[in-house]
Design a protein around this ligand. Structure first.
Ligand SMILES: *[C@@H]1O[C@H](CO)[C@@H](O)[C@H](O)[C@H]1NC(C)=O
Ligand SMILES: *[C@@H]1O[C@H](CO)[C@@H](O)[C@H](O)[C@H]1NC(C)=O
Ligand SMILES: *[C@@H]1O[C@H](CO)[C@@H](O)[C@H](O)[C@H]1NC(C)=O
Length: 463
């Protein structure tokens, strides 16, 4: 198994090297590098793995196994040139903290909304790339994961405010570097633990845009999109076992016992009586009886089993050269995340209820889930959403889901004012990976305010 994986990695490396038609790169001096150079040599590259601090549980990375397949259509179409830009942006000079970004302009970039994705990445595959509609910015976040690094551990984030400040610095510098994109609509999103980062950053951008002093760069912030957002341990964890029970993973007795255990763990942590480390919570919440490994779909397991290929590929000299990270190393998946995670210890049980409420009242907000996601399952997100005190809360509490129909039922949705809730069928935690076509259609409807399709005839069966 190990040797066949190595063979795949070697094949990938060879294929990529052979595609390096114009391998010119800038040698990054990572302390202060803003490189606007194209990321050469990776034209046709179709996937991107970002390591996140919570990765051992959240699996927010993408598989590397299918590279060779992904390149062919581009070669055949003569479309070897896929423009992208990457490099470091220094966010804290004191500690020499630098964040790595990778930017893919939309196929037709003029006026296309710009989307930031935190944690993992929507799969860019053959015909279904998000760059068909949007310009995409990926950032290795927070400092200390992926290629983003700091020379001093004091540069690691200890709160969502630190995370937001760093990301805001990335964004303002980014839009200075790419002013032609700064007028376009801007959305931020991500999945899983990004349920903390994204609402916090959205709120932070709002405050900067509306502060006493006009910011040097105005970000044309329109809204947020979150997949399986882990927004509130307190509201979500007690109902985590409900899904496990309904799927037949645990007994009813165990469900009740777990609900009590989780409730007490969180109560004791929040009251300061017994605050554990993030790793300990992750272990107690998810890993013990292997619930999280009990995937309903195969995709999470597939991705997890390929993670070591991410390390190998990200650390290839040619990869690092083309991405302008020079000597920076991509840390082994799981290795460094422990330190990053621990520095956010006091944040781990906190929620983003207030930020979500504010954004739902003032911006466009999408919360989506895969109906077969175990780890941040639908009941968890619903328990969180009904607790958010925004002006549409009562209406949301009384709402029902409407089938979303594209030739068949592909999911369910609810829309109240500027808030959109979508549950997509046959998808797990990584919805854009499991059902890429529907994921992109969902984003298109949300961003461009296109109504979700229904089928009156189909609806009749239920009335
Ligand atoms: C971009 O790369 C070229 C070499 O290919 C180099 O001469 C130039 O300085 C680089 N520009 C930046 C902004 O790094
Ligand atoms: C909405 O439902 C939640 C959960 O049942 C409840 O706590 C909240 O008070 C309700 N809010 C409104 C405005 O109906
Ligand atoms: C929806 O958001 C827009 C701004 O994007 C705002 O003008 C409008 O009032 C909002 N609508 C509601 C019903 O909140």
């Amino acid at each position: 198994m190990a040797s066949s994986s190595l063979t795949i990695a070697a094949t990938v490396a060879t294929l990529l090297t052979s595609l390096c038609v114009t391998l010119t790169y800038t040698r990054a001096t990572p302390d202060a590098t803003l490189s606007r150079n194209k990321t050469s040599g990776y034209r046709g590259y179709r996937g991107y793995g970002v390591q996140d601090a919570w990765g051992s549980i959240m699996w927010t990375r993408f598989p590397m196994e299918a590279f060779p397949l992904y390149l062919t259509p581009y070669i055949e179409a003569g479309k070897i040139e896929e423009e992208s830009y990457s490099g470091y942006i220094t966010v804290d000079k004191r500690y020499q903290s630098n964040m790595f970004f990778w930017f893919f302009p939309a196929e037709v970039p003029d006026g296309a909304p710009v989307l930031l994705w935190l944690n993992g990445g929507p799969v860019k595959r053959r015909e279904i790339s998000w760059t068909k509609l949007f310009s995409m910015i990926y950032v290795d976040n927070p400092v200390g994961v992926g290629y983003s690094y700091t020379r001093d551990d004091a540069g690691l984030s200890t709160s969502m405010d630190d995370v937001s400040r760093n990301l805001y610095s990335v964004l303002t510098q980014f839009f200075k570097m790419f002013p032609e994109f700064s007028e376009n609509e801007f959305y931020i999103g991500g999945q899983s633990y990004a349920g903390k980062y994204v609402p916090s950053l959205g709120y932070y951008i709002h405050q900067q845009n509306h502060g006493q002093h006009p910011p040097d760069v105005h970000i044309n912030f329109k809204g947020i999109y979150l997949g399986a957002g882990y927004c509130s341990p307190e509201k979500m964890m007690p109902v985590f076992p409900d899904f496990l029970f309904n799927m037949g993973f645990i007994s009813d007795y165990r469900r009740r016992e777990l609900r009590e255990t989780y409730t007490k763990l969180i109560r004791d942590g929040l009251s300061g009586k017994n605050l554990l480390s993030p790793s300990e919570y992750l272990h107690r919440f998810f890993s013990k009886p292997s619930y999280s490994a009990n995937h309903v779909l195969g995709s999470e397991a597939t991705v997890t089993s390929k993670l070591h290929l991410v390390d190998i590929w990200m650390n290839e000299a040619s990869t690092r050269a083309a991405l302008h990270v020079a000597w920076a190393r991509y840390p082994k998946v799981y290795a460094h995340s422990y330190v990053v995670r621990n520095s956010l210890k006091h944040e781990f049980l906190q929620d983003t209820v207030r930020e979500n409420a504010f954004l739902m009242d003032n911006y466009k907000v999408l919360h989506y889930s895969g109906n077969l996601d175990v780890i941040v399952n639908v009941p968890m997100t619903e328990a969180f959403l009904s607790s958010v005190p925004w002006s549409g809360q009562a209406a949301y509490n009384r709402s029902d889901l409407t089938p979303w129909w594209i030739g068949k039922v592909v999911g369910y949705f609810t829309q109240i004012a500027n808030f959109t809730r979508v549950i997509v069928r046959n998808s797990g935690h990584m919805l854009p990976y499991d059902t890429p076509e529907w994921a992109l259609k969902m984003m298109e409807r949300f961003v461009f305010d296109i109504p979700f399709e229904t089928n009156a005839h189909y609806m009749d069966y239920y009335s």
